[in-house]
Design a protein around this ligand. Structure first.
Ligand code: ATP
Ligand code: MG
Length: 278
């Protein structure tokens, strides 16, 4: 008989005591940048609504506004002009990110127009590409998902976002699909992988503002799947005026019109993101 076979069975109380001391399965937040250097493709809309949909699934979510336009901040009903501290202070003055978080539908790290000065302020700083990664490290165990809304450029703010991220979701507006733009984005990511963050990849391409009635939208989606295959999400976000109205009410479409098509689409996206992450 082997020694292990003779080991006495644990009493129920001993077993439960062991369970209590077992390390929890907590893991650091999965960090996703929402990025496309093209403007107006629904980066912010997708950050707001995917954040809210992940929260609805019981996840702890932080949405980070890394765009000086502050549209994400405003979409959650926060006035950027009245902020005492914002993402500018986090990046430039090393303010702890927790100090600029506002509790709304999800936690929101808020930005204001000041952030436009951050690229210049950081330009000569050592480790300038890793500033956001370092700031986020302090709260990564507090969340399951951290979503970063980026500006429509591939400048230092977006590079900070890529360096801090596990993956990138690229919303594309199918009406004006630009494959060249996607190639340029991938080239930037390749540079980030070689120099700053070996892991970061396009986690998914999200067709947005899809008008199913037009042949062009269908052709654009076919072209996307031909070129990028499985990384194109199965979820397509259709055109819906409610998605444009929700931010005026200071929240996601999931709270504004919970049973509408916009809410359903972003719930479907959240399920895809969760299943890809497992
Ligand atoms: P920017 O590059 O300026 O940051 P963006 O990529 O973040 O833009 P959004 O601001 O999210 O894009 O969206 C652009 C506009 O399109 C907004 O007015 C938004 O309300 C609207 N919009 C986004 N998604 C949809 C949709 N599915 N249906 C209708 N309108 C939409
Ligand atoms: Mg935006």
């Amino acid at each position: 008989m082997t020694p292990t076979a003779t080991a006495p069975a644990l009493s129920p109380s001993e077993a439960s005591a062991r369970l209590r001391v077992a390390p929890s399965a907590a893991r650091p937040a999965h960090v996703i940048s929402m990025a496309n250097q093209k403007g107006g493709v629904a980066k912010t809309t997708s950050t707001v609504n995917l954040s809210a949909a992940l929260k609805e699934q019981g996840k702890r979510v932080l949405a980070v506004d890394l765009d000086p336009q502050s549209n994400l901040t405003m979409s959650f009903g926060i006035n950027p002009e009245t902020l005492e501290k914002s993402m500018f202070d986090v990046l430039v003055h090393r303010e702890p990110i927790a100090n600029v978080v506002h509790q709304r539908e999800v936690d929101v790290a808020a930005a204001s127009i000041d952030l436009a000065g951050a690229e210049l302020a950081l330009a000569s700083a050592i480790g300038r590409e890793r500033t956001l990664e370092k700031a986020i490290a302090a709260v990564r165990m507090d969340y399951d998902y951290i979503l970063i809304d980026t500006p429509p450029s591939l400048g230092l703010l977006t590079i900070n976002a890529f360096t801090a991220s596990n993956g990138v979701i690229v919303p594309v507006q199918c009406e004006y699909l630009s494959l060249r733009g996607l190639v340029q984005l991938e080239t930037t990511l390749q540079m980030i992988r070689e120099n700053l963050n070996g892991e970061v990849r396009i986690e998914g391409i999200l067709p947005t503002m899809v008008d199913k009635r037009t042949v062009h939208a269908r052709e654009a989606i076919d072209l996307l799947t031909e070129n990028f295959g499985d990384i194109v999400f199965k979820t397509r976000i259709r055109k819906s005026v409610k998605l444009a109205e929700a931010p005026v009410r200071g929240g996601s479409v999931l709270s504004y019109q919970p049973d509408g098509p916009g809410a359903m689409s972003y719930r479907a996206l959240a399920e895809e993101v969760l299943s890809r992450d497992e």
